[in-house]
Design a protein around this ligand. Sequence first.
Ligand code: RBV
Length: 426
Amino acid sequence: MSHPTITDRLADPSGARESGRKKIEWARQHMPIMTSIAETFGEERPLEGQTVAMAMHVEAKTAVLTEVIAEAGAEVAITGCNPLSTHDDVSAALDAHDAITSYAEREVDDEAYYAAIEATLDHGPTVTVDDGGDLVMAIHDEYPELIDSILGGCEETTTGVHRLRAMDSDGELRYPMFAVNDTPMKRLFDNVHGTGEASLSNVAMTTNLSFAGKTVVVAGYGYCGKGVAKKAKGQNAHVIVTEVEPRRALEAHMEGYEVCPMAEAAEKGDVFVTTTGNRDVIVGEHFERMADGVVLANAGHFNVEIDLDSLDDLAVARREVRDGVEEFEMEDGRRINVLAEGRLVNLASPVAMGHPVEVMDQSFGVQAVCVREMVENADSYDAGVHEVPDELDREVAEIKLDAEGIGIDALSDEQSAYMNSWQHGT
Ligand code: RBV
């Protein structure tokens, strides 16, 4: 039996479709890059005849990307990339599109989550679009027969690119993948501003607590950590950064943040946000040192940064104290609050809508042109991880500047010649 779509699973699919459609329209209205790309794609139909499988956070902006890919001529099968980030109404609105099948549903268990991923693969994709790498993994593990007909794929996030590079260096990645995450148009905006704003706003909305006067501990000072730290400072918090990389630690120090090991930060923090992409960042010894009432949130792709198993072992009781907030009571009476089950709070908290529309317009603009590139120039890319060609990223930046009415200068011939020469000096 084929896997049920979201429409098959909802009690009121038409009500859901209507609510999802409103969210998509609002997002699209604020996505000038996607609007411009949609116009070109609609005329040129560069994806005619292709089948695109997508595993992404299924909410309004992702829906715009999905529809633009369909408007370019592709058939699309989509599912979620996290059990808590799907908006069922948006998923239903997508599923109503003739060229789109959506299997994404919120709050599914592991079995249903992976079954939905496999359902997208039953469509026989020629292109894959991942956020976190689950499609690529499922194809290599369970559907290797698809690899010959896959032209290539795109990866949205740091964790996914990291996974792909590890796979590639082991010689195991068997089709070409664009590291969309690594482009300037993605990570200087989505990772910094998107993660920064959405993580903090979701912590605030889920708890109804303020950052002002609090100590916020940010684990990891990569692009995401930089954004979280900067925005927390902007909301009058005292910010502590923890790091394992000496240059990043110094960078945080020179930015004016307190830098110390997590064991020390654990004693000082009120709110903790993990952004490392690694596992076991906050563990037993840290829970032991935390103050009563601390709030723990993760903004990394997977729910491995806060060791919830050991927290559960230490706790004498656990209860949901607000929607999206679970309180773990320690033997000595201290309470440790974990948001969104330790899943990425920026997308998985009950009120989450993902990153702001403007930054996703940029990320998904890059995604859209990368899908087109993979289809049009498939022969240029061997199996492995590929940087996105810089001119594609620039093209997306130019569309955005144009939409914002921002003009910039151009190099004169003399300036270009000067920049390319070495025979000059005083
Ligand atoms: N992200 N997607 C959204 N659709 O609202 N918000 C964030 C959305 C992506 C972001 O690009 C990041 O790299 C990834 O989610 C983490 O899974």
